[in-house]
Structure formats: structure tokens, C-alpha cells
Design a binder for this molecule. Structure first.
Ligand code: PRX
Length: 630
């Protein structure tokens, strides 16, 4: 970074960090990657294995349907596993896992490759072919990684549904993706209890009719219903002769789909974001290597869930592509005591911890002494993702966890971007609460309603002006929605849906979503999902959901409902409605508070004005209400 004096509170990288860093000069790399963008990405792609090289790095002839590494043939699973077992990494640990109940498991690259091959053969024996969709619904256990890699190996498109989602969310995603196979675990441990994933799946399968085979991983030993002809135990299938250790691999076109991942959009139902084998692989590999400065001896822990994009890119694919050792923990951060995380960092000698502000704020509440009991000297780098990190939490993380020697990589990105987009590298001076600057070579801007760049420190819409390899390719089965949602407000420019401020040093400060997406504890939810769950209850006629600031969760959901004529307003009704949302969408979507009202503020065309509800709840001026119905 140039030596220009930066404004505000700045944390400069130490000599030790700089010495180790892959990239020592951000400006130099950024200049090169910006001016030679295709060459930059081509060089990175060349660090990975391709069965056939591309004939064009970027094809932008059909914008915004960009194509990367056109004509190239590869397979991300090959780059995650096969290439390593041909080297000295063969017996290196790929995965260290700890269950919430204290059980543990480790898998070398050799072992993970073997299991993924065996399960790939299981999938083939169930008739899964290239391009078929497979839904995966599990807790944080090694089998989720095996299942994803097995899908990639045989060319199937995985659709992982987060284990915190419930019946309707799962049913909707299975149906929309038309999955014939579902892979589920009997349950998952969370805070000492068992989340009955198979039971939830059974209920979901009653609502959608596409699944022919359901593979069940035994994790908790909970009693489950096994439907004859449909349900099969993972362990039994893996022991059959057809689950052999040799599994032929599909050579995938760079642009062939790798996975779809459902996420909440600006409006309507969750939509499936599509990522590919080629570009996504190059993007996640490069970004992880540079941002978390992966070194051969590292033990890296991304504490997200594989069911979200953070887990896809930075628990599964990125870490395996870089050949690092990834740590995965099944349960809650404060179970059974608030030192669980710190104890595991000490026990396993974790070097890099990547988590969300909500977790940091949650653990902060228990006080420093829980952290200070443990030797955290193995830590070198810290990371944050999912929502803005308030400077107070940043400083606590930096001082108490990182002992003032670990830079914090505050990475801004999205399901759609596939990879880090605004992020420091270890060599970049940090300002608490800012993700600093775009990843080298990525061009972003802050614009007003008309698309004009705003001045320094003014709030505006965050947009991305150049394509990048790991970008969303389309919305599954809905290319129009892809164009409409991301590329139509400012033609040719990608709209992120976030508002942001850029300071005089070019540092970005994310403010939050400007649409109907609510980030609760870093989880992305849509007002539409919560509202449709509420109106699916027999007592509710209309509903509106908003997000209000919350000290730990970032945002908490508040919902307003109008009851149907004749519905009885019992004392327990609002609690029943909260439980109903939890049952339909998932515990993460359970409103903090529900208020029964007689009317909702609407525009003359009938659209709920959530902005007005929010202002009212916060005791603020609702602003322009000229379109309000009455
Ligand atoms: O609002 C931004 C917020 O999370 C949104 C994307 O959510 P999702 O697709 O679930 O991906 C989350 C993990 C990559 C963004 O539009 N967001 C993500 N990271 C940050 C953030 N807000 C502020 N700072 C971040 N570091």
C-alpha cells in the first residue's frame, strides 16, 4: 500500500505479517490486475489443473451472461483432491472435525478423496448423471463435504439447504431444483439438543414429489422413519461393492454448473444462484490464498455453515483448492461453555479464524476471561463476514482474540459474487469497521439514483463495474430475473443491493441492504419468506416483516399481522405465530416480536411500505409518505 497518510484510526500490518504475506504491495498488484485483468485471472487459472485449456479467458459477447475460460475443461473436485494425492499433500489432513458432543474425526486428502469417490459411485448407482440436481440437507459434519465433492466429481449439481431451514423452505428448494436425490442426516447436534433433520425432511417430502432416493447419514442415532424403497442408510450404501474406490470423473466444461444455492432476493421467493466449475474455482482459490494468506503449514477455520455461500467457498472449495487443512466444528460457539471456540483453537493450533460479527458480539458478552484462559498464540489472521462489523466488536476481536497481532480481514461479498469482493489483504492498513478496498482488479463504485458516482463520504448504491470469474452466471431457470435484479437499474453494471459510503482514502464502509433482504445474525432472509409463512397460518390475513437493529444479531425480525375476520386473538396467538414461522422457514426466521394490528401502511397500488413501519418502530420520521394510501 502506498505510504500516503490515511485518515481516521488506522492499524498498520506488522513486520512479521508482511514478511510472510504472499502479496506485499497491494497497489502494485491492483494496478496490474486492473490493467491486465484477463491476463491476471489467466495466470491464476494456470495454477490449477485443466484437462483442456480455454480458448478465450472472458467472453462478454452476450452481456450480462458472461463466460469465463471458454472451451476449458476441468473439474473442481479434481483440483480439490486428485491433484493433492499425487503430491506430498497425500497424507496431509484435509479436514479436522469436532462434534458438539466432543467426538472427533480427521481426514487426510487421501481419505477424503477415497470417500468422495466411493460416494460418487453411490450416486451413480442411484442413477445420478451429469447435470442432475441433488439436494443436501445436513448439519456440519464431514459427510456434507464428501457429498458435495462427490456431486462435483460425477457432474451433478448440488443444492445444499442450510440445516437451520425447516419444512417449507426445504420443500420449496427441492421442488424448484427438481432434485431426484436427497442426502440428509438423521439429525444434528445444536446446543446439546438434536435437530431432527430427517423428520423435517420427511414432512418436506410429503409436500413435494420429485425425490426418488433419500440417503440418510447416521449422526445422532435419533430414531428415524425409513421409508421402504426410498430411504437408504449412507453407511450401508458405502459398504456395497458398487461403492468402489475408483470413480471415473466427469471432465466438465468451465461453464458447466457446479451448484445452485438458494438465497433471498429483493422480492418474492428465494432464488437459486448458479455457479460454475471453472470461474468459481479460479475465484475462490485465488481470493482465499491471497486474503487469508494460506501457508502450507496452516490450520484454517471458517466457522460458517456449509449450507451458505461462505461455507461453499471458504470451508469446502477454497481451502481444498489451496491444499490447506480445514477445521470444522459442528455445534454452537458457547456450548457447553463460552470458551468452546477458544479451547478448540488452543487444542488444534488454529492459525486463521474466519467468522461473523454476530458470533464475535455474542462471545464478547461473556467477557474476556473466557478467552484469556486459553493459549491463542497460534492465531495469525482473523476474518469477519456476513454483515457490517461495528468498530467496538472489531477492536475486541483484535485485542482480546488476536492479541493485537492478527490483522482482521473484513470480507464483503455475496452468494452471487462467489468470492471476496471488498477485502483487505494482510498487507493492507486496516480501519475498524471498513472492509477496505475491492479485491485487486475488481472495479466498484458508489452511485446515486441516476448512476452517477457520489462524492467521498456520501452514501450511495454499491455497484460492480467489471466482471469477475466467480460471478453468478444466472438465476436457475429464470434468466430474466437475473437480468432484471442485477443488471437493469444501471445497464451494464452489477447492482449489489447494498448501500455504502467510500471515504477520502477510497475505503468502503458498508451500511446495509437497501431492499427487502434482512440480515439476521449474518443469515440472509427475505421479508417475503417470513410474510408468506405468517399468512399460511389459518388466523392471519396479511403480514409485514421488517428488520430492526439488534445488539448481537445485527438485525432482528419484527412482524405485523392483520388477523382474518373471525380469528380469535388469544393470549398465546403471537407465540403460536412465532413457532409457526420457525416450523415453516426455520428457527433463524422466528420473529423477535409480532404485533397484531388493524391495518398496514400501503401505497395506493397496495404495496406494503415497510419503511414507514420501520420508522414508526424506531420513533423516527417516516420521510416522504406522499404515496401512502391514506
Ligand atoms: O449486505 C451484505 C452483507 O451480506 C450480504 C450478502 O449476503 P449473503 O449472500 O448471504 O452472503 C453472505 C456472506 C458472503 C451483502 O449484500 N455482507 C456480507 N459481508 C459483509 C456484509 N456487510 C458488511 N460487511 C461485510 N463484510
Amino acid at each position: 500500500m502506498s505510504n500516503a497518510k490515511l485518515s481516521g484510526e488506522v492499524y498498520y500490518p506488522s513486520k512479521e505479517i508482511l514478511e510472510k504475506a504472499h502479496i506485499k504491495d497491494w497497489d502494485e498488484l491492483n494496478e496490474y490486475a486492473t490493467n491486465n485483468n484477463e491476463a491476471f485471472w489467466e495466470e491464476k487459472a494456470n495454477e490449477l489443473h485443466w484437462f483442456e485449456k480455454w480458448n478465450k479467458v472472458l467472453d462478454d459477447s452476450d452481456k450480462p451472461f458472461y463466460k469465463w475460460f471458454v472451451g476449458g475443461k476441468t473439474n473442481i473436485a479434481y483440483n480439490c483432491l486428485d491433484i493433492h494425492i499425487k503430491t506430498s499433500r497425500r497424507n496431509k489432513l484435509a479436514l479436522i472435525w469436532e462434534g458438539e458432543n466432543g467426538e472427533g474425526k480427521t481426514m487426510s486428502y487421501f481419505a477424503l478423496h477415497r470417500e468422495a469417490c466411493k460416494f460418487g459411485n453411490v450416486l451413480k448407482s442411484l442413477g445420478v448423471k451429469k447435470g442432475d440436481r441433488v439436494t443436501i440437507y445436513m448439519g456440519r459434519i464431514p459427510e456434507i463435504v464428501i457429498a458435495m465433492l462427490a456431486c462435483a466429481r460425477v457432474g451433478a449439481i448440488h443444492s445444499v439447504v442450510y440445516g437451520g431451514f425447516s419444512v417449507e423452505s426445504l420443500a420449496e428448494r427441492i421442488e424448484d431444483s427438481n432434485s431426484r436425490v436427497l442426502i440428509v442426516s438423521d439429525g444434528a447436534y445444536q446446543r446439546g439438543k438434536i435437530v431432527p433433520l430427517k423428520q423435517i425432511a420427511d414432512e418436506a417430502l410429503q409436500r413435494c414429489g420429485t425425490v426418488e432416493h433419500c440417503v440418510v447419514v447416521k449422526r445422532t442415532g435419533a430414531e428415524v422413519n425409513m421409508e421402504f424403497g426410498r430411504d437408504m442408510w449412507y453407511n450401508e450404501l458405502m459398504n456395497l461393492p458398487q461403492a468402489s474406490r475408483e470413480c471415473s470423473l466427469e471432465q466438465m466444461d468451465a461453464e458447466d454448473p457446479l451448484f445452485i444455492l438458494y438465497t433471498s432476493g429483493t422480492t418474492g421467493k428465494p432464488k437459486a444462484i448458479l455457479h460454475t466449475h471453472g470461474g468459481y474455482m479460479v475465484g475462490t482459490y485465488t481470493s482465499l490464498k491471497y486474503v487469508f494468506d494460506i501457508q502450507e503449514e496452516d490450520r484454517y477455520w471458517c466457522a460458517a455453515d456449509p449450507g451458505w455461500i461462505t461455507g461453499h467457498s471458504y470451508i469446502v472449495y477454497g481451502p481444498l483448492l489451496t491444499g490447506t487443512t480445514s477445521f470444522m466444528y459442528e455445534g454452537a460457539p458457547n456450548f457447553p461453555y463460552p470458551n468452546r471456540w477458544w479451547a478448540m483453537i488452543e487444542k488444534y493450533g488454529i492459525n486463521i479464524l474466519y467468522t461473523a460479527p454476530t458470533a464475535i458480539r455474542g462471545l464478547m458478552r461473556f467477557g474476556e476471561s473466557w478467552v484469556n484462559r486459553h493459549d491463542l498464540s497460534s492465531l495469525r489472521l482473523l476474518g469477519s463476514v456476513g454483515e457490517p462489523i461495528n468498530p467496538e466488536a472489531w477492536k475486541w476481536y483484535h485485542r482480546v482474540v488476536g492479541k493485537e497481532k492478527c490483522p482482521i480481514m473484513d470480507t464483503w461479498w455475496q452468494t452471487e459474487t462467489g468470492m471476496f469482493m471488498i477485502t483487505p489483504l494482510p498487507c493492507v492498513p486496516l480501519k475498524p469497521g471498513s472492509g477496505t478496498k475491492p479485491f485487486p482488479g475488481i472495479v466498484m463504485d458508489v452511485v446515486d439514483e441516476k448512476g452517477k458516482s457520489v462524492k467521498a463520504n456520501e452514501e450511495g448504491y454499491l455497484v460492480i463495474k467489471t466482471p469477475w470469474p466467480a460471478m453468478i452466471r444466472t438465476v436457475w431457470k429464470d434468466p430474466e430475473r437475473y437480468v432484471q435484479q442485477y443488471w437493469s437499474k444501471y445497464p451494464g453494471v452489477y447492482l449489489t443491493g447494498d448501500s455504502v459510503r467510500r471515504d477520502e482514502d477510497g475505503y468502503y464502509w458498508i451500511i446495509g441492504r437497501v431492499d427487502d433482504v434482512i440480515k439476521v445474525s449474518g443469515y440472509r432472509l427475505g421479508t417475503a419468506e417470513i410474510e408468506s409463512a405468517l399468512v399460511s397460518h389459518s388466523a392471519v390475513a396479511e403480514a409485514a416483516a421488517i428488520g430492526l437493529p439488534h445488539e448481537v444479531k445485527g438485525n432482528a425480525i419484527y412482524a405485523y399481522v392483520i388477523l382474518k375476520a373471525g380469528a380469535v386473538k388469544t393470549n398465546t396467538l403471537t407465540e403460536e405465530l412465532r413457532q409457526h414461522v420457525s416450523h415453516e422457514v426455520g428457527p433463524i426466521a422466528k420473529p423477535e416480536h409480532i404485533e397484531i394490528v388493524d391495518s398496514l401502511p400501503k401505497t395506493r397500488s397496495g404495496k406494503i411500505m415497510r419503511r414507514v413501519l420501520k420508522a414508526r418502530a424506531l420513533g423516527q420520521d417516516p420521510g416522504n409518505i406522499s404515496t401512502l394510501e391514506e
